[in-house]
Design a binder for this molecule. Structure first.
Ligand SMILES: *[C@@H]1O[C@H](CO)[C@@H](O)[C@H](O)[C@H]1NC(C)=O
Ligand SMILES: *[C@@H]1O[C@H](CO)[C@@H](O)[C@H](O)[C@H]1NC(C)=O
Ligand SMILES: *[C@@H]1O[C@H](CO)[C@@H](O)[C@H](O)[C@H]1NC(C)=O
Ligand SMILES: *[C@@H]1O[C@H](CO)[C@@H](O)[C@H](O)[C@H]1NC(C)=O
Ligand SMILES: *[C@@H]1O[C@H](CO)[C@@H](O)[C@H](O)[C@H]1NC(C)=O
Ligand SMILES: *[C@@H]1O[C@H](CO)[C@@H](O)[C@H](O)[C@H]1NC(C)=O
Ligand SMILES: *[C@@H]1O[C@H](CO)[C@@H](O)[C@H](O)[C@H]1NC(C)=O
Ligand SMILES: *[C@@H]1O[C@H](CO)[C@@H](O)[C@H](O)[C@H]1NC(C)=O
Ligand SMILES: *[C@@H]1O[C@H](CO)[C@@H](O)[C@H](O)[C@H]1NC(C)=O
Ligand SMILES: *[C@@H]1O[C@H](CO)[C@@H](O)[C@H](O)[C@H]1NC(C)=O
Length: 558
């Protein structure tokens, strides 16, 4: 109902009717909007558990084995408070016993037959079929999509939960816990944590995957501010700073609300995700693309394995990567400042997804089942996360020097000479695009957010990567999150199986907290620079509108 009310007040807010003609127009509008509200209300249903494998139709052969080795029927998950605790540890600090056990686990998963949904091949297929347009519900036009929106975090938590239980079963070791690859930690330690954990790079190991980026052999530190492709010449020291600052923007100042962090709502029947949360795009997606092989040859796709939805879960490092994503989700909930809660929505909570349990039987889980990892009986060993304070001492988060340190009068003249956005203005790989946007009256409640809407992607089968800076018109395509003016990233990744995208897709970045961080909260308009980092020639991207509004999450007002 709150959504309904906000839709109505949205129309009411557009100017009060001045005369009877306007009044009439107003009431027609209201009736039209009430009619569409019924539609809106119907369209906000939770996702029903898909019937795998029956509902699957994958052009990439990602359907699960049918008949499979489990029994018929889908049971509903129930908590198992008597399960022993499982402690997930940093992958680069595992003991010899833990390393041997992990290698044995992936040897065993690789050896399971193709008819067994628990095999590594079928774990990969399960991820693929939820990602690349393979699950069609009867009567629905669009396939299910678990990326690009608020199911990204809970769905992957469920996937890893069952993956871990499956391994525990095949090892006959109920204390088995997945390791986490602590790429988020940039400290100069030995062994370092922001490189692919060594056991995963030994070609003799079951943890190895040959379809990876060979740049990691030359410069092993993960570059969060790249999209796969050429080897970087950034130094380790540069990347440490850049990665910490990127984490700080994506996870701290850039995502102080559930809507920004989890991503856009997605309801049963929707046309794909309407927009990812800050973390899904970066660095989660960046790490995937960095591990994938930009030179992969057919039958593989460019950026296989980790950089593509179809094959990413075939690389054992996928599970260590997502274990860290899961850990950072827990960390985010406890970062001070903002409204760091789960989305308050019944549709979110009651959405259900189907998996295979440790006995290969089908089980469905509600999103509400996985919002507290303690109830799932696993935890993460404490490990430092210096990015929470921007890589500097606590209390000094906003002391980092700007890339464009200009005086208040220079700020004002920059604002006055910068044009407003025009809907035909293009963002391409050669010319950064700078425009200004007025700020609304200050609100004591909520977070000030810049929204790009009506984003047009001429070729929906090719990817697009954008980055945005505030008050840094000198930004180029190769500028990085090293600059504190960096405020967010946006990626369009085509999903195989449906060569189109939701035209209602949005890009939102939190500008209020960023303006405070860079000492410019006093301005009446902001100067925005968008660069396209897609590999040349890139695309000519346009968008209809850029506006600033206050995000009042956790109430779902989207
Ligand atoms: C599994 O482990 C338990 C306890 O460690 C042991 O009692 C049991 O025999 C093992 N079962 C198999 C099939 O290895
Ligand atoms: C892999 O195995 C081969 C043959 O057993 C051995 O020669 C080589 O040293 C091993 N490589 C590593 C990195 O352990
Ligand atoms: C990576 O592989 C590509 C294609 O095979 C090759 O051209 C390039 O030199 C390799 N780079 C390194 C650092 O090994
Ligand atoms: C990378 O190399 C280019 C020249 O090839 C140089 O301009 C740039 O400063 C280098 N970048 C870093 C981070 O070292
Ligand atoms: C789980 O979701 C189903 C279907 O949406 C709902 O009927 C049920 O009440 C939910 N159960 C729990 C425990 O939240
Ligand atoms: C969603 O589920 C969580 C965990 O069970 C619960 O704390 C929360 O109140 C629920 N929210 C709604 C809107 O149902
Ligand atoms: C970028 O846009 C400018 C005009 O805005 C155009 O001159 C240039 O050719 C475009 N570059 C590419 C690679 O499309
Ligand atoms: C769209 O992108 C795909 C993938 O990069 C490419 O193969 C195709 O030629 C492009 N189509 C057009 C019309 O540029
Ligand atoms: C970025 O690109 C510009 C021109 O395209 C070049 O002059 C500069 O050296 C590059 N900077 C880095 C850090 O690579
Ligand atoms: C972008 O548009 C310009 C004209 O504004 C055109 O010359 C260029 O080829 C286009 N670039 C791409 C990648 O489509």
């Amino acid at each position: 109902m709150s959504r309904v009310m906000s839709e109505v007040s949205g129309h009411l807010g557009r100017g009060s009717p001045q005369n009877s003609v306007m009044n009439c127009f107003f009431w027609v509008l209201l009736v039209v909007s009430m009619t569409s509200l019924v539609f809106v209300a119907e369209a906000t249903l939770p996702i029903p558990a898909p019937n795998i494998p029956e509902q699957c139709n994958s052009i990439q052969n990602c359907c699960m084995p049918s008949p499979y080795t489990g029994t018929a029927g889908i049971r509903l998950f129930e908590f198992e408070p008597n399960q022993p605790w499982r402690t997930r540890r940093p992958a680069h600090l595992l003991s010899q016993f833990e390393l041997d056990r992990l290698e044995r686990a992936y040897d065993l998963l690789r050896a399971l037959p193709d008819s067994d949904p628990r095999s590594l091949l079928n774990q990969k297929n399960l991820h693929c079929l939820y990602c690349n347009n393979a699950l069609y519900y009867p009567g629905q036009k669009y396939p299910l999509e678990i990326h690009n929106g608020w199911y990204f975090l809970p769905w992957h938590r469920m996937f890893l939960y069952w993956h871990e239980r499956i391994i525990a079963k095949v090892l006959n070791d109920s204390t088995f816990a997945l390791p986490f690859w602590a790429w988020d930690n940039q400290q100069d330690t030995n062994p370092p944590s922001n490189v692919i954990p060594p056991q995963y790079t030994n070609p003799n190991s079951s943890l190895y995957d040959p379809i990876r980026n060979n740049c990691s052999l030359v410069n092993p530190y993960v570059d969060f501010d790249t999209r796969g492709g050429i080897c970087t010449n950034k130094t380790a020291d540069y990347m440490r700073v850049q990665n910490d600052r990127l984490m700080y923007t994506q996870l701290v100042v850039g995502s102080p609300t559930p809507a920004l962090f989890y991503g856009q709502p997605y309801y049963f029947g929707d046309f794909g995700g309407k927009g990812p949360g800050t973390f899904e795009d970066s660095p989660h997606g960046a790490v995937h693309a960095w591990v994938g092989d930009p030179y992969a040859q057919p039958p593989y796709e460019v950026l296989d394995d980790m950089g593509n939805f179809q094959r990413s879960a075939y690389d054992p490092v996928f599970y260590a990567h997502h274990s860290n994503v899961d850990r950072i989700w827990n960390l985010w909930l406890n970062i001070p400042g903002g409204v760091r809660t789960h989305p308050m929505s019944k549709a979110f909570n009651q959405s259900q997804f189907t998996f295979y349990d440790e006995n290969a039987n089908l089980v469905k889980m509600n999103v509400s089942h996985v919002l507290d990892s303690d109830l799932l009986r696993y935890k993460f060993e404490d490990f430092p996360a210096p990015w929470i304070t921007n890589g500097v001492k606590a209390g000094k988060e906003n002391t980092v020097a700007l890339c464009n340190p200009i005086s208040a009068s220079a700020v004002n003249s920059l604002i006055s000479k910068t044009p407003k956005h025009g809907s035909k203005d293009q963002i391409n790989v050669t010319i950064p695009y700078t425009f200004k946007v007025g700020r609304p009256a200050k609100s004591r409640k909520g977070t000030e957010v810049l929204e790009f809407s009506g984003i047009s992607i001429p070729n929906a089968t090719a990817n697009v990567d954008l980055k945005v800076y505030l008050f840094y018109p000198q930004a180029l395509s190769n500028s990085t999150a090293w600059c504190p003016e960096y405020v967010g990233a946006w990626d369009f990744i085509p999903h195989i199986g449906q060569a189109d995208y939701n035209p209602k897709r949005l890009w939102r970045v939190a500008v209020g907290p960023k303006l405070k961080q860079i000492g410019k909260d006093y301005v009446k308009s902001i100067v925005v620079t968008v660069v396209q980092t897609t590999a040349p020639p890139g695309q000519n991207i346009t968008f209809d509108k850029a506006r600033i509004f206050y995000d009042l999450s956790p109430r779902v007002t989207l």
